[in-house]
Design a protein around this ligand. Structure first.
Ligand code: PMP
Length: 411
């Protein structure tokens, strides 16, 4: 592992910088991942050699840009084992993908007295679009709660899922608890009640193999910037027959077949959802990120991150006054550890860690209903990636102890 790690770390130029005179230890991968040279170079190369607008013009550069843009769609489809490239819609982010489903598909299928079932561990971007849909349609928004072990309560899910449930929308991995939910089972149970299944894969796509056909989900959303790609590019997978009936929610260039003074006819999916000039450079970068992840190998990534978390959690648990949120079982934390130190504000802990070169998040992590359920306002969160090392885990625990000691001395 050490050799492969050293080679990998060299691909990420940012990892060699210093923060507050200390070597950077980046542990906010759940917020955004770092970008390897291979992705940066591909984007740069595109702008240097083939930059042109897509789907327009008959000249060489435009054709090259269009071909590259559409080839990445094939690549994304293969990466999540979608049935074809037409089931892949480019968006700006997970947030935009989820808003697109809620606004287009949601308005199409949800009526008064229907129910939308989400979970209490959702990120606001998989919560507020459904809250708004429920308000618009007078449907009921329901939440699956947690077990005592802070995992998804499947008994509660079975209880709340019923013939009124139209949509079930669940994060594959929680950005706070680190738990990965049993999506295949959830989809099977939801489909038995004729509900549609939406998956927020923002926190899983870079950490495990995803097969949308095996999971049998209707929609799946993720962001390029959490999987080594650039910001501003996201993906919505939708089953082709569902994308076909969904109306576009943005209108303008690129998404039409023809226009008269009074009417317009849309292109077929996915292009009818991609109004205006898209983030072409972002798409190119996303393609390079997928190539990079595939070359490293998703099974290796999964195994490496498991090894890291198994090193980190038992050590962190030993720190006096430290509470870890999420399941007791280490194996159920997928790369994310949210915690608090007794009598210390998470922002103070994160600021202290920053002084030691360690970058972690502190706050509500865009999951305020979950924070309320956990009985806290905020937590510190460390989230790792395969480019972190076992030494990084040891250094992190040491830094947490130093911060604690510093504040203990102060008080
Ligand atoms: N869902 C989850 C579980 C997330 O962790 C995030 C990002 N923190 C999002 C959705 C939103 O992603 P984006 O900001 O890229 O739209």
């Amino acid at each position: 592992m050490a050799n492969k790690f050293e080679t990998i770390a060299k691909d990420f130029p940012i990892l060699s910088r210093r923060v507050n005179s200390e070597p950077l230890l980046y542990l906010d991968n759940a917020a955004t991942s770092q970008t390897p040279n291979q992705v940066l170079e591909r984007i740069s190369d595109f702008y240097q050699t083939s930059n042109a607008n897509v789907h327009r013009g008959v000249y060489t550069l435009a054709n090259e840009a269009t071909e590259a843009y559409e080839q990445v769609r094939e690549k994304v489809a293969a990466f999540i084992h979608a049935p074809n490239a037409k089931s892949i819609v480019y968006t700006r982010s997970t947030t935009e993908s989820l808003n697109l489903i809620a606004s287009s598909f949601g308005d199409l299928v949800v009526n008064q007295d229907d129910e939308i079932l989400i979970t209490i561990m959702e990120h606001h971007s998989n919560l507020i679009p459904w809250q708004q849909l429920a308000k618009r349609t007078h449907a009921k928004l329901r939440y699956v709660m947690l077990t005592d072990d802070q995992t998804l309560d499947l008994q509660d899910f079975r209880k709340k899922l019923n013939e009124h449930t139209k949509i079930v929308s669940v994060a594959q991995t929680s950005n706070v608890l680190g738990v990965t939910n049993p999506i295949k089972l959830i989809a099977k149970l939801a489909h038995e009640k004729h509900a549609y299944v939406v998956v927020d894969a923002a926190q899983s796509v870079a950490h495990q193999k995803i097969d949308v056909q095996d999971l049998n989900v209707d929609f799946l959303a993720f962001s390029g910037h959490k999987m080594l790609g650039p910001t501003g590019i996201g993906v919505l997978f939708g089953k082709p027959e569902l994308l076909k009936v969904m109306p576009p929610i943005q209108f303008g260039g690129e998404m039409i077949e023809n226009v008269t003074q009074t009417q317009a006819k849309w292109q077929q999916a996915p292009w009818k959802f991609e109004a205006g000039t898209p983030n072409i450079g972002g798409v190119i970068g996303l393609g390079a990120a997928i190539d990079y992840l595939k070359a490293i190998g998703m099974p290796w990534i999964e195994a490496t991150e498991r090894e890291l978390i198994e090193r980190l959690l038992p050590e962190l648990e030993q720190v006096a006054g430290l509470t870890i949120y999420g399941p007791q079982n280490v194996v159920q934390h997928n790369g994310i550890v949210a915690f608090n130190l007794k009598n210390l504000h998470p922002h103070d802990v994160a600021t202290g860690l920053d002084m030691l070169g360690v970058e972690v998040r502190a706050g509500h992590h865009c999951a305020q209903p979950l924070m309320t359920t956990l009985g806290v306002e905020a937590t510190v969160r460390a989230s790792l990636s395969f480019y972190n090392s076992l030494t990084d885990m040891d250094r992190f625990v040491y830094a947490v102890k130093m911060v604690k000691e510093f504040f203990d001395r102060e008080s």
